[in-house]
Design a protein around this ligand. Structure first.
Ligand code: NAP
Length: 458
């Protein structure tokens, strides 16, 4: 497997990274394991807090530099990349402010004696992360686990190696001891070997169902805990009492942000029949105004897709949808005037439940719009999916929106906004969107030892 930065705007190979040898992997696991032992028995939480505060400072000071590395790796707009770096810095602030509280022993009420649960580190983790938010995905798992005392070995996506290395270097510059976060350029076999190693206690993965299922199987076979943050086919439901000014403001970006390559992008828009034409026009109007171009140019509003392979896959999915009866309401034209991996924003309608694309995630600027007659139908359609990551509900009546939200089989629901990710909000899905949570107090608990100390009353 080649770890390469191939700039999706210029198609140029900017940098190739050497694969990690088995010896390097062994040395990394040994170093990380020693570090775990040191932290486990000597605490050193205050030192780790200082490292994370330094990391936040470094991220903020070098925001644009880091953002440009991500843009060259996978094509995202420079402004969006800068926002991502800032978000990572906010994770640092949040976890440093709350870690003492999260690690407080919990006293258990029992009349039989005295009981409490200690919150402890478990050991070295493997993190397998994707390319769509190169810094954010690493930060989500690294920051809480570092503070808890779990060192991490990172296997990042093969198409964003420069970003992964830059993040790991930033952690080192912040003063983290060797072994805290080691970015390796591993093959799938080496990932499996690491998971099987007795010094590794768990694996967290963000990625596709395919990658998730393979890694989860390996973790299961070795009795290692895993968390899986997988894909989504999120519904965007517009109820009868929606505020349409807000819908118009939010809906296009909910699909097009990060060139539509977000697990929680709104992918299925579910609209009442009476509002259907109005909604299609709103989306078309916004989609037709995007400016494709150099993602480093701040006037560009739609970035290229992350790679040639990503573009080919999306095109084949749209073709499959159309072959099976979907209609192209807007878009699906080649982008001939640019060399990069651009995909024209596209609106599909008339996707029947037996269309193979009905239950498939499309990772790019393609919106599927569905027409329903009732709210019950909208809920049933939203739930008719193997995924259950997030969804959005528009209503100007909060109680109404919350009643509908409670009926959606999903991990997260946003009311009157597109998706959001903040340090204090738990992130994760149900069904094939995976299991486990990242961020918030839930995130730091995933790989936490919960150690009961009990003394029976004599
Ligand atoms: P992917 O192919 O599964 O890749 C994700 C990571 O897993 C990469 O580092 C990849 O390495 C690695 N990988 C894949 N198969 C593996 C295997 N058998 N053994 C070891 N490592 C393996 O996912 P993707 O298509 O690039 O990423 C996009 C997907 O991620 C979308 O479905 C998106 O919805 C999902 N996602 C979910 C969340 C969430 O929080 N739920 C957030 C972001 C993205 P290579 O690059 O070397 O193949």
């Amino acid at each position: 497997m080649a770890y390469q930065t191939i700039n999706p705007y210029t198609n140029k190979v900017e940098k190739t990274f050497e694969n990690t040898s088995d010896e390097q992997l062994e040395k990394t696991i040994a170093t990380a394991h020693e570090l775990y032992k040191d932290w486990r028995f000597n605490d050193k939480l205050e030192e780790r807090k200082n490292v994370i505060l330094n990391l936040a400072k470094n991220l903020r000071e070098h925001k644009t530099e880091y953002a440009a590395i991500m843009t060259k790796d996978m094509g995202k707009l420079i402004g969006e990349a800068e926002g991502e770096v800032e978000l990572c810095a906010s994770f640092c602030d949040y976890y440093v402010a709350h870690v003492d509280q999260f690690l407080q022993p919990e006293v258990i009420a029992t009349t039989s004696g005295r009981a409490k649960v200690l919150k402890q580190s478990l050991g070295v983790l493997v993190a397998v992360e994707p390319w769509n938010f190169p810094f954010y995905q690493i930060a989500r798992v690294f920051i809480p686990n570092f503070l808890l005392g779990n060192p991490m070995i990172l296997k990042d996506a093969s198409n964003c190696p420069a970003s992964a290395q830059a993040f790991a270097d930033a952690v080192k510059e912040a003063g983290a001891p060797e072994g805290s976060l080691t970015n390796l350029f591993l093959s799938y076999d080496q990932v499996n070997a690491a998971i099987a190693d007795k010094r590794i206690v768990g694996v967290c993965l963000t990625g596709s169902e395919r990658g998730g299922a393979t890694v989860a199987k390996e973790a299961g076979a070795n009795l290692k805990k895993s968390t899986m943050e997988l894909g989504g086919n999120d519904a965007f439901i517009i109820l009868d009492d929606a505020d349409w000014d807000l819908v118009e403001k939010v809906a296009p970006a909910a699909r097009l942000y990060n060139a539509g390559q977000v697990c929680t992008s709104s992918k299925r828009f579910i609209v009442l029949s009476k509002d259907y034409d109005r909604f299609l026009k709103i989306l078309q109007d916004a989609f037709s105004k995007v400016k494709m171009g150099d993602p480093l140019d701040r006037t560009t509003t739609l970035a290229p897709l992350s790679s040639k392979k990503a573009k080919e896959k999306l095109q084949s999915q749209v073709d499959l949808a159309v072959e099976n009866g979907a209609k192209v309401y807007y878009g699906n034209q080649p982008v001939d005037d640019l060399d990069g991996q651009f995909f024209m924003p596209t609106i599909l309608t008339d996707i029947a439940p037996d269309n193979p694309i009905f239950d498939t995630e499309m990772f790019g600027p393609v919106a599927s719009v569905y027409k329903v007659d009732t709210e019950e139908e909208a809920i049933a359609l939203a739930n008719n999916s193997s995924y259950g990551l997030g969804n959005t509900i528009f209503s100007s009546d909060r109680d109404h929106a919350e009643r509908v939200a409670a009926q959606i089989e999903t991990g997260m629901t946003w009311i009157n906004s597109g998706y959001a990710s903040l340090p204090e909000l738990p992130f994760g899905g149900v069904k094939n969107s995976g299991y486990g949570r990242e961020l918030s107090s839930y995130g730091i608990e995933e790989f936490m030892g919960k150690h009961l100390i009990y003394e029976v009353r004599q």
